[in-house]
Design a protein around this ligand. Structure first.
Ligand code: SME
Length: 137
């Protein structure tokens, strides 16, 4: 239990730090596979609360990454058919899968209110974050 609360507060701190330090990161959160179910469950996040605390695999940008195991960079969310809107102010999104022992067990999800803000540097940086997080899970 102590281990779990340590991990949760660590992930919470990462979300808050990323949101605070990167001006175009407006919502930062972790989703994790919900046990054996084919769905994601919201973990620690920083930003406005979202209604989408459970996302079925395949649904939205997050649900697609749960199946594809690939980074998903969305420069314009309004151009996406399979997208779950959390806030009308969001213009762009990036989702990076999180692997433990080669298994896709969750992801970091970032929304931006700035159009097309994410570069390869964001992908590299967030991949680094997911690799570091995987070590403490
Ligand atoms: N936009 C995401 C849903 C999660 S919210 O961004 C917090 C999606 O389409 O999967």
């Amino acid at each position: 239990i102590e281990q779990k609360s340590d991990v949760t507060s660590c992930l919470q701190g990462i979300c808050e730090l990323l949101k605070k330090d990167v001006p175009y990161y407006d919502w930062v959160g972790f989703y994790f596979r919900n046990g054996e179910k084919e769905e994601l469950k919201l973990g620690p996040y920083a930003g406005e609360p979202t209604d989408h605390t459970i996302i079925p695999f395949g649904k939205g940008i997050c649900g697609q990454v749960a199946l594809s195991n690939q980074n998903f960079v969305v420069p314009d969310v309004n151009a996406q058919d399979n997208y779950i809107a959390c806030s009308i102010t969001v213009k762009a999104e990036i989702v990076i899968p999180l692997f433990v022992n080669g298994e896709n067990i969750g992801q970091i999800d970032i929304d931006s209110n700035t159009p097309n803000p994410f570069t390869k540097d964001d992908e590299r940086f967030l991949e680094f974050v997911t690799v570091e997080v995987a070590k403490i899970l």
